[in-house]
Structures are given as structure tokens and as C-alpha cells.
Ligand binder design. Structure first.
Ligand SMILES: *Cc1c(COP(=O)(O)O)cnc(C)c1O
Length: 376
């Protein structure tokens, strides 16, 4: 370890997005859209690069046009009487950047954060890089949060930020009425972050809360339903005072001109781009119905573009493996067959791909479970 580095960095590992894979393979481990941007949208983006982007100039550091377009899009998801303006929006280099900005603005040197695992790992990872303590209250068997435990944690620790995903990743369940009620009664010196990365798949949003409560913020992203993961664009929706704080702590030119153009183009073409969401939702139903027939797996309902499952008791006994060994076995076998899913440590998260990819996933899973069911 280099002598000038912080000692606690020795315990951290760099984020590794994908394990090495034989090409080509079905990339069903990161919940992106399986469909690239349509050619005409790409062509208009390329034209905008030729005509409207000065490569020698810094990007628009105020994200003016993009913020206005995002505000209009956000307004579509809530009641007409609720106004959304440019000063309700902050734009980040992916929502990852906004998560870090929120941590810097609210928790750094100021307290700890609360998460409920299994959940999106970046909250804890980014908090650790900043030396912010992470309190993890876990989840119940059905992946709801144990609210008594969460309440006790609030009373015992100086928690400044509560991070919730709606619907959660990797478990795909939206927040329940009880969970939302608990979040709403938290005092206004605790920041409530609602990560709606999968909003377009779930249709559930708490954006109205983030506009009416000074201590709430909703995060969304262009990386999933909008098919723009390559461009790294995320945004926050909150009251102007919190947006101002986010603007203070971010890097001045955090979002390249081309990414701003891409996000703007995606919003212009949103009707056609988001039509693919309906295909994914239909595929989700097909996949859920099929997985339910697989006696070696237990699965949970999904409000997102991925499905979470574990080995059933029958699966464990048929494989003669523990939960962890069995999940590792399924993950590894699928990977050899060219289907890359995510093994989160506690379960398997399968992103929905194209109909063809999903069919291959079923075929490959069948090959794993068939010899077993035949022996049963
Ligand atoms: C994918 C995902 C994001 C998106 O992150 P970006 O940095 O915008 O790509 C955010 N939150 C959750 C829970 C996610 O699953």
C-alpha cells in the first residue's frame, strides 16, 4: 500500500462490471435495454455532432436545454397541477454521480447512511470511498423492510440519508404503502433518496413527494428504458434548495456535449423508444410463467426489467448443494453456455433481453434442471 493513501482504501475493491466472457454472449447481467437506439435516432445524433457540437468548446455546464426537456418529461408522470421546472432538476454523469453528490452534500463528515440489503450496491460502495458509515437494516423474507428495525436504527445512529430503490434492485419489488408511509414520516433533517432507475417499467413514481417535501429527492436514469447506458446520463428531481446543493458539489463540466445531445434526442423520440418497454413487460410475463414451472427455483414478483430468483428447497436437495453452491453452479453453467446473468451473493438476477435471448436463457436453464427433474 502506498504510504500516502488512506488506510481504509486497502479494504475496498474496484468495481468490476463483467467477468470475462467468450464472445458472443447474451448480456443479461446489467439490466440495460437489449435493443440499441434505432438507426434514425443514431443518424440524427451523428448529424447533431457534425452540425451543432463544437468539439473545441466545453459542454453547456448548466445543462439548460436538457433540464427543461427533463422537467417536461417528469411532469408527464404526475398530476397536471404539480409544476416541474428547470430548478427542480440536476443532471449527473449517470445517477452514480448524483448518488456521490448527495453523499457529499448530506453525509460527508455529517453522519451515516441507511440502506436495506439486498439493494443497489453503489450506495454502500460510494459511501465507503468517502469514509461515510453505512448502516444496513436488511430485509424480510419477502424483501420488505423491517420497519421496526429501521426505526431503531434511525434512533441509534446519526443517519443523514436513507437510500431506497423503487422498485428495488436486485429483488424487483416496489416500495409498499407501509414503507412509503414510514419514509414520509421521517424528520426533515433526514434526506430520503428514492432511486427510480426502473420507473418506466414499474409505472410507480414518488416524484410528487420529491417536489413537495424539502428532504426528498428522486433519482432517475437514461441508462435503462431509454437505451442510453453508453452515454451516462442520470437526473435528480427535488426542490430548488436541494438542487442548488447538488449543483455546488458537482464537477463543472460533468456531462459531455454528446451525452447531452443523446439524452435530448432520446426525449424527443421517447414515444418510439419507450415502446420497447411494453415488449419487455410482455417478456417478463412469459419468463415468470416459465420460471414458475421450474421446481428447482423460487422466484419473486417483478415490477422491473429483471427477475430475481433463488434455489428452492427441492432444488437444493436435487443438486445436493447449499443455496450458495447451487446459485454459483447455475450462474457458472449459464455463463459457460453464453448467458451472463448476475449472481448477487444471495440470489440470481436475470435481466430480460430480446425474445430470442430470453428463449436461450430458458433453454440453457432447462438443460440445468432437466437431468435433475428426470432423477427426481
Ligand atoms: C442501473 C441503476 C442505476 C443507473 O445508474 P446510472 O449511473 O445512471 O447508469 C441507478 N440505480 C439503480 C438502482 C440501478 O439499478
Amino acid at each position: 500500500m502506498l504510504p500516502f493513501l488512506r488506510a481504509d482504501l486497502a479494504n475496498l475493491k474496484a468495481y468490476k462490471p463483467h467477468p470475462p466472457m467468450p464472445k458472443p454472449y447474451d448480456q443479461l447481467d446489467t439490466n440495460e435495454s437489449p435493443i440499441d437506439l434505432p438507426d434514425d435516432v443514431k443518424a440524427s445524433l451523428a448529424a447533431s455532432y457534425q452540425q451543432a457540437i463544437a468539439a473545441n468548446r466545453y459542454p453547456d455546464g448548466g445543462h439548460t436545454a436538457l433540464k427543461q426537456a427533463i422537467a417536461n418529461y417528469v411532469a408527464e408522470s404526475i398530476a397536471e397541477s404539480v409544476m416541474v421546472a428547470e430548478n427542480n432538476i440536476s443532471v449527473g454523469n449517470g445517477s452514480d454521480e448524483l448518488i456521490r453528490s448527495l453523499l457529499i452534500a448530506a453525509a460527508l463528515g455529517n453522519g451515516s447512511i441507511l440502506v436495506a440489503s439486498p439493494t443497489f450496491s453503489m450506495y454502500g460502495i460510494l459511501a465507503q470511498t468517502l469514509g461515510i458509515p453505512v448502516i444496513d437494516v436488511g430485509r424480510r423474507e419477502n424483501f420488505c423492510i423491517n420497519l421496526e428495525k429501521a426505526q431503531t436504527a434511525m434512533e441509534q445512529h446519526a443517519i443523514r440519508v436513507v437510500f431506497m430503490v423503487h422498485p428495488n434492485s436486485p429483488t424487483a419489488n416496489p416500495l409498499t404503502t407501509e414503507e412509503i408511509a414510514w419514509l414520509r414520516q421521517l424528520p426533515n433533517d433526514v434526506l430520503v433518496v428514492i432511486d427510480e432507475a426502473y420507473f418506466e417499467f414499474s409505472g410507480h413514481t414518488l416524484v410528487a413527494d420529491s417536489l413537495s417535501r424539502s428532504n426528498w429527492v428522486v433519482l432517475r436514469t437514461f441508462s435503462k428504458a431509454f437505451r442510453l447506458a453508453a452515454h451516462r446520463v442520470g437526473y435528480a428531481v427535488a426542490q430548488p434548495a436541494l438542487i442548488e446543493a447538488l449543483e455546488k458539489v458537482r464537477l463543472p463540466y460533468n456531462l459531455p456535449s454528446f451525452s447531452q445531445a443523446a439524452a435530448l434526442a432520446a426525449l424527443v423520440h421517447r414515444a418510439s423508444l419507450l415502446a420497447a418497454v411494453q415488449v419487455t413487460i410482455a417478456e417478463r410475463q412469459t419468463m415468470v410463467d416459465w420460471l414458475k414451472q421450474q421446481p428447482i427455483l423460487t422466484l419473486w414478483p417483478s415490477a422491473a426489467n429483471f427477475i430475481y430468483c433463488r434455489l428452492s428447497e427441492q432444488g437444493r436437495s436435487q443438486l445436493g448443494m447449499s443455496q450458495a453452491e447451487g446459485l454459483q453452479h447455475i450462474f457458472g453453467t449459464l455463463r459457460q453456455q453464453g448467458t451472463l446473468i448476475r449472481y448477487t451473493g444471495g440470489g440470481l438476477r436475470i435481466s430480460l433481453g430480446t425474445p430470442e435471448e430470453n428463449q436461450r436463457t430458458r433453454k440453457n436453464l432447462e438443460a440445468i434442471s432437466e437431468p435433475l427433474t428426470a432423477h427426481a
